[in-house]
Design a binder for this molecule. Structure first.
Ligand SMILES: Cc1cc2nc3c(=O)[nH]c(=O)nc-3n(C[C@H](O)[C@H](O)[C@H](O)COP(=O)(O)O)c2cc1C
Length: 326
């Protein structure tokens, strides 16, 4: 067995993780018994994610995929966020051989998982599956609130619309978003990142037309209309909170969300982000008040339900994200 080769193989699963705008804001290095996961701030999203919480959540998603995949290599993983380089905290995943380790069944769903942004059917998720989703992780400081009742969803809808309105009235938000759009399959495949319009459920258009449509024809009003339809067809929402609004909890939240997404995939339940009320700070505050969240910080809002799969997004290659050659 070549330990370093194995660790590089395990990183392949990290790369499959979700990330805001599919920026894949990560760099990896491999030592004998460690994988380090560094933030790549050249891929940050300063408008929508000015404090980089979504960036560190994305790193947490990648870390959890690595923890899960490691079990298949007979390795026990320990995730730490205490290390800092150039005043930037990074993640250390220490791996140790453990003959008694149980293979994590979520491994089978790493490649199947996707953010599915189409309209869901009106089937309700059975209580038993809601309970499996609610118990998909146990990580300190992270809470998941599942909202499925009509009155709760009615309370949520105006906040989603307000968040979306704020964002689509902000030219800088739209420009940052459109910068990460990949209008053709060739461009999406070549860059290996970003939001390929097919996986967003949008029609094919060339980059010139696409830029004009996205910047001038998609308005706050058209988005609000689109969201109302999607919300009506949503079986439920998962609201993730952290106790402390800080890097170590953002990473842990990413780990929790990844387990949720893989568990949903296992149950054939689609999910996608509706983060606007969490991203817009004044709307986030209203979310806290309306849902009596006290001192907790709501950072991710996910809709879920039943639908067909959509085309998968692309990823960069392993050699583009490994930053040591050992
Ligand atoms: C922290 C975080 C925030 C995200 N925010 C949004 C969002 O606001 N809207 C959205 O449609 N997708 C959002 N996504 C989903 C990403 O766009 C998606 O993971 C990425 O495009 C890769 O696609 P995949 O999840 O299908 O592999 C988010 C993902 C993460 C991890």
């Amino acid at each position: 067995m070549e330990p370093l080769t194995d660790l590089k193989e395990i990183i392949r699963y990290g790369i499959q993780a979700p990330s805001g705008h599919n920026t894949q804001p990560w760099l990896y290095s491999v030592n004998e018994n460690e994988i380090n996961l560094y933030p790549d701030f050249s891929r940050a999203l300063p408008v929508v994610d000015s404090d980089n919480h979504a960036l560190y959540i994305s790193l947490g998603c990648a870390a959890e995929n690595i923890v899960i995949a490691a079990t298949y290599y007979g390795l026990q993983a320990n995730v730490s966020t205490n290390e800092v380089e150039d005043s930037k905290p990074f993640i250390v995943i220490s791996l140790a051989t453990d003959d008694s380790i149980k293979k994590d069944p979520l491994f089978a769903y790493i490649e199947d998982r996707q953010s599915t942004r189409n309209e869901y059917s009106d089937y309700k998720v059975p209580e038993a599956d809601l309970s499996v989703l609610s118990n998909s992780f146990e990580l300190e400081g992270i809470e998941l609130i599942v909202l499925t009742g009509e009155s709760e969803i009615n309370k949520l809808e105006p906040l989603i619309i307000e968040g979306s309105n704020n964002q689509f009235q902000n030219r800088e938000f739209v420009e940052e978003l459109v910068d990460w759009f990949r209008f053709s399959k060739a461009e999406a495949e070549k860059k290996g990142d970003g939001l390929w319009i097919k996986s967003m459920g949008l029609p094919n258009m060339n980059s010139f037309i696409g830029n004009i449509v996205m910047k001038y024809f998609v308005t706050a009003n058209s988005e609000a209309k689109r969201w109302k339809k999607l919300i009506d067809a949503t079986a439920g929402f998962a609201l993730f909170t952290v106790d402390q609004n800080e890097i170590s909890q953002w990473v842990t939240l990413g780990r929790a969300f990844q387990r949720f997404g893989l568990t949903a995939t296992k149950l054939n339940i689609s999910h996608a982000h509706v983060n606007m009320p969490c991203e817009e700070l004044e709307v986030r505050q209203k979310l806290v008040e309306k849902f009596n969240l006290g001192s907790k910080h709501p950072l991710l809002l996910i809709r879920f339900g039943y639908s067909d799969k959509m085309p998968y997004s692309f990823r960069r290659d392993l050699d583009q994200v490994i930053c040591n050659t050992k």
